[in-house]
Design a protein around this ligand. Sequence first.
Ligand code: FAD
Length: 410
Amino acid sequence: MFEWSEEDLMVRDALRAFIDKEVRPHVDELETGALPPYDITRKMLQSFGIDQVNRENLEAELAAEENGEKAEKSPAGGSSTLSSSMFLILNVEMAGVSLGLIGSMGVSMGLTVSTIKSRGTLAQKKRWLPELVTMEKVGAWAITEPDSGSDALGGMKTTVRRDGSGGYILKGQKTFITNGPHADTIVVFAKLDEGDGTPIRDRKVLTFVLDTGMEGLTQGKAFKKMGMMSSPTGELFFDDVHLTADRLLGETEETPGGGGASAKAGFTAERIGIAALSLGIINEAQRLSIDYARSRTLWGQEIGKFQLIQLKLAEMEVARINVQNMLFTAIEASRAGKPPTLAQASAMKLYSSRAATEVAMEAVQLFGGNGYMAEYRVEQLARDAKSLMIYAGSNEIQVTHVAKGLLRGE
Ligand SMILES: Cc1cc2nc3c(=O)[nH]c(=O)nc-3n(C[C@H](O)[C@H](O)[C@H](O)COP(=O)(O)OP(=O)(O)OC[C@H]3O[C@@H](n4cnc5c(N)ncnc54)[C@H](O)[C@@H]3O)c2cc1C
């Protein structure tokens, strides 16, 4: 049976101390958007030496690739998420305090890095990854559009056409892009218009890397959101952005499985990541609820003595055990060389995000009027948790992936 190791628990305690000192005092500024999360994220990476480790791992990987060898993957890569306890523990610990901060870091160091790593040429990896794996530069990963969303690949309208001299012209728009307002390096998915009348749904999807400040690229302001307010989310506009061929990931239009495969590759790791974030929210909601149930006194007794309050605490515990077990099973299976399938990861995401949202809402209820006040923090957990049911593939889409896996006999 998997359990966090002694070393994992030491890391967890050190992270908790960092979060108490460096994150909790700034939550209000982070939540209004007045303080972007990046400097705190960088400080955390530096304090734990993660930036240095990532840089060294990346250098080793790139050197090995240059010599035609295979190297160990670094913790920044999405594919190694499950072998890195530190990365998961960080997700769990940070989620209950600032889901936005850890979400923004995950998009930059997870999705953006892993897409460039898995699809880029060696020259492209050398060009963009060193500053992304340390968060010196902020990354964004842009697929969603106003008219596509869940139908991300089929409904995509953002288009590139060849410029006649080996490059491309990009036109279109993306929305809901995490880190969009501040990103230095942006992975963008676009449909290739070959001018041959192929219906837009059937056109090839290509993946490009853009840098902030390019002519024709506009990064919109951060949206005002329901939750995850410490994660800046915005629109991107591409008004005939000229892209040289060295910005096309892989520098070929012929990618195995098409550009869409690069979008799908990270789904499993991302969905398991959602289970870790959900566990963090459940842990924090339960911790705050237990404290409150012990300290709030009515009719001469603590509310924790009322059976309906006890039911809430007990159901939070059931959710905590279930989500933690799912996560531990996935880690154990992965380390034994049998990582979860997409359908299993989708089931984890579906269950854990729903459980986190229910637990956080019940925590608001347990706190009564105080629960509805921002000062007591449980309302933030409820608003944050809801986002987990929508992004990384909405829960309705997870249902379809779970069911398809079952029907295929997986
Ligand atoms: C906080 C946040 C951060 C995000 N960050 C990023 C990012 O960094 N990069 C990025 O590219 N995108 C990002 N997104 C976008 C996110 O991936 C989409 O919001 C999500 O995929 C859903 O798409 P949509 O919002 O267009 O909803 P829609 O696709 O319009 O869905 C509307 C409703 O229809 C349901 N639905 C859709 N299809 C089906 C179906 N086949 N069967 C049943 N029900 C269905 C949905 O579940 C939903 O309930 C982010 C979103 C949020 C909220």
